[in-house]
Write a protein that binds this ligand. Structure first.
Ligand code: ATP
Ligand code: MG
Length: 399
């Protein structure tokens, strides 16, 4: 088939032609997720403008243009809209009204309404349940009276702020009602949700990409290990039982459908010791646990995000080889005596199957996400062995 026919058949399949090469895409937020989105969109021949208030930021460094403005600055948003045919976001705490403003004149994926749901743990849980997906037993805690009145069955539990929690921040484990009283006081009485503590066998997450017409694909679930509340390791090696993997992927797709979601969505799940799968929370954007798709799959979560925005077909999500993602926090830049050092990149990359992704952040701070390394192998045992070698080179604790 000749090239013009290719283009014509694609346009016919989609109803409208994809955005032409060289068109501009916008992203709200200049962090590492925005940076990797820029790189994926640029690989497809598009140009990217990043809106972020910081003078210098990981995405701003690689974007074709950096619009320096606050996320609620209408003039800044309008400058982005003037340039860009389609806009996305790289973090969920951007004001939903900014997305609604952009959606008046531009393709906005995801929508402000979908992002607003993800910003509010209570709204999120009710949408998840309405989509037919189980969640942990929970209650809204808006006042001390709610602490007194909530069911005994929620203890031991976790008290989480309804808004602005991330990396385990804004949550307190409470063994009893008395501890919940204290914790609610410590959180200064902001609206919270109390969740019953679940017996976790595993934590898995599924990335879904859903296009503007409602067609959707899901990636194989990653098994996630956290350290100090921050994702440390994601492994995708076929170890998740296929019935559990299918259930999680089905749940994530149902939730995306129910929200009429457009864009890339990540859903985190708990797998309980009795084999049940329940959703924990969702992120309306590419997710740290989906970084394995950059090397473990033909099409990464970031390229899907770009394809959705421009109207290109969604790409394949099959796992090519067993893959793991190890997060590189700023801690790796410090030796046992607390002195700053450059990590041994040569030693790391001498381990077969490794690929390094750094975000070019100027200052290494403890607990700050600085980069990640993807590790590929032929089978699960070789993957384990390579993860151990990478961890030894970087001085990462065993997980
Ligand atoms: P992030 O944004 O980094 O994913 P977060 O701060 O939004 O995290 P959650 O994902 O809600 O917080 O919880 C962090 C971790 O705490 C979970 O990954 C899980 O290990 C544990 N956790 C949370 N809720 C429960 C629960 N109900 N039962 C058991 N463990 C839980
Ligand atoms: Mg989480």
């Amino acid at each position: 088939m000749s090239a013009p026919e290719d283009a014509a058949s694609t346009a016919a399949a989609w109803g409208t032609a994809p955005l032409p090469q060289g068109a501009w895409l916008g992203v709200l937020g200049g962090g590492q997720l925005g940076r990797m989105f820029c790189q994926a969109a640029q690989t497809l021949g598009y140009r990217v403008a990043v809106l972020d208030p910081a003078e210098s930021c990981p995405a701003g460094m690689v974007a074709d243009e950096h619009v320096r403005a606050a996320y609620d600055d209408v003039a800044g948003l309008d400058r982005l809209a003037q340039r860009c045919a389609a806009v996305t976001t790289e973090f969920e705490n951007v004001p939903a009204d900014s997305l609604r403003h952009l959606a008046r004149t531009r393709t906005m994926a995801p929508s402000g309404d979908a992002v607003a749901v993800a910003q509010d743990r209570l709204a999120e849980k009710s949408y998840i349940q309405a989509a037919g997906v189980p969640v942990a037993p929970h209650a809204a805690i808006g006042s001390m009276a709610d602490v007194e009145g909530c069911p005994d069955a929620l203890f031991p539990g976790i008290l989480k702020t309804v808004r602005l929690g991330y990396d385990g921040k804004g949550q307190v484990r409470v063994a009893s009602r008395d501890e919940a009283r204290q914790a609610f006081g410590t959180l200064r009485g902001v609206p919270c949700v109390l969740e019953a503590l679940q017996p976790l066998e595993d934590e898995i997450s599924v990335v879904v990409a859903r296009d503007l017409r409602g067609r959707a694909v899901s990636y194989p679930p990653s098994r996630n290990t956290h350290r100090d509340g921050i994702l440390a390791l994601s492994i995708v090696d076929g170890a998740v039982a296929s019935d559990i993997a299918d259930q999680a992927r089905g749940y994530a797709l149902s939730l995306a459908d129910h929200l009429d979601y457009q864009g890339v969505l990540c859903v985190e799940f708990f797998v309980l010791s009795d084999g049940r799968v329940m959703a924990n929370e969702m992120a309306p954007r590419p997710h740290n646990s989906g970084h394995y798709t950059q090397d473990g799959c033909l099409i990464s979560q970031f390229e899907q995000q770009a394809r959705i925005m421009v109207g290109l077909p969604l790409g394949g999500t099959d796992l090519l080889r067993p893959t793991a993602m190890l997060n590189l926090l700023g801690d790796v830049w410090f030796d046992a005596q607390g002195r700053q050092r450059e990590p041994d990149w040569a030693g790391l990359l001498a381990v077969p199957g490794t690929r390094l992704h750094l975000y070019a952040k100027s200052e290494a701070r403890r607990a700050r996400k600085m980069g990640h390394v993807n590790v590929l192998a032929d089978d699960a045992a070789q993957l384990r062995e390579r993860i151990a070698r990478v961890s030894a080179v970087l001085g990462l604790p065993d997980v």
